[in-house]
Design a binder for this molecule. Structure first.
Ligand code: ASP
Length: 309
């Protein structure tokens, strides 16, 4: 199994330590779920759910806010049996990845979004909450709003224009979306990704994470999950690209080759992958990425303290 907790620049040492502790907990949770016959799907769902509960990651409770201060989340899960499910623009959900799993298992569709998603969630008995804005995210949003106001904000130049025309100011990118890929004893591969999207996004924006082949993908050759600027990742269909390379390469080389294509274009992203033999891969074009892994010899590694697998 490999997990990511987003790419970008982590602030030393407090934020970095929090990510390291959180991703180690998520790895434990994924491993515990796979014990006693749990599948790769159980493992990736459980690992991602642990990060959805942790406000240091941009998903579930820790989701970043959009320009207007609202939380809207995307998540998807896919297996090597080509089963897939996802939710887009979900609100009030602590565990969007669980909802994505239910879309995969309970419906004939791949993606459900609001406003109909709520009806589905009611039907399958998933509770919603109003308590979705983590205090650290509210502080961050206020700070970014102030930067927009003073014109110090970097990036999103078209959005800046869009909001200026609407009488507002605009955004800045850093990514802490989460993802997990795993292979189980039966040979099933799974990939899962969950995100609050990009900080200060326009209401209704959907990123790469729930789009099959872009932020999440699995087939019989491998599984992959991405993080970074969704608008760039989508244009490369990055996860599908990496898994396609796994037809002839191990995960390590396949992920590196796909990420090289992003690097050539100056794109900001990170990627994790696993191949059908349990080979692991991870790479990123940004200054850092939080990650954790456990290989087929049960060797655990955590970013910052271990070499990459
Ligand atoms: N890829 C995510 C998105 O664009 C953001 C992230 O990785 O943090 O929605």
């Amino acid at each position: 199994m490999v997990l990511h907790g987003g790419c970008g620049k982590l602030q030393p040492t407090q934020e970095e330590d929090a990510h390291r502790a959180g991703i180690a907990r998520a790895l434990d949770s994924g491993l515990a779920a796979s014990e006693g016959g749990g599948s790769a799907v159980d493992a990736v769902e459980s690992a991602v759910m642990a990060m959805e509960d942790d406000p240091h990651f941009n998903c579930g409770y820790g989701s970043v806010l959009d320009f207007n201060g609202r939380v809207q989340m995307d998540a998807a899960l896919m297996t090597s049996a080509l089963e897939a499910g996802g939710v887009v623009n979900a609100a009030g959900l602590r565990h969007p990845i669980h909802a994505a799993r239910l879309v995969m298992e309970e419906t004939d569709h791949v993606l459900l979004g609001e406003p109909g998603l709520s009806e589905f969630l009611d039907a399958v008995g998933i509770d919603r909450t109003n308590d979705m804005v983590a205090p650290n995210r509210l502080e961050e949003w206020k700070r970014l709003k102030a930067k927009f106001g003073s014109g110090e904000f970097e990036g999103f130049s078209r959005n800046v224009e869009f909001y200026r025309r609407a009488g507002n100011e605009v955004s800045e990118g850093r990514f802490s979306t989460v993802g997990a890929v795993a292979l189980d004893d039966s040979g099933l591969l799974a990939a899962a990704t969950s995100t609050g999207g990009i900080r200060m996004k326009i209401f209704g924006r959907i990123g790469d994470s729930p789009i099959i082949g872009c932020g999440t993908y699995a087939d019989r050759y491998g599984a992959a999950s991405a993080t970074g600027i969704g608008e760039q990742i989508m244009k490369l269909t990055l996860c599908r690209l990496a898994v396609f390379y796994m037809r002839s390469l191990g995960a390590k080389a396949a992920v590196a080759k796909a990420v090289d294509e992003a690097r050539e274009r100056g794109f900001e992203c990170g990627l994790i992958g696993i191949d059908a033999s349990g080979g692991l891969g991870l790479d990123f074009t940004t200054s850092s990425m939080s990650w954790a892994s456990v290989d087929t010899s049960c060797r655990r590694r955590i970013f910052g303290s271990d070499a990459r697998p």
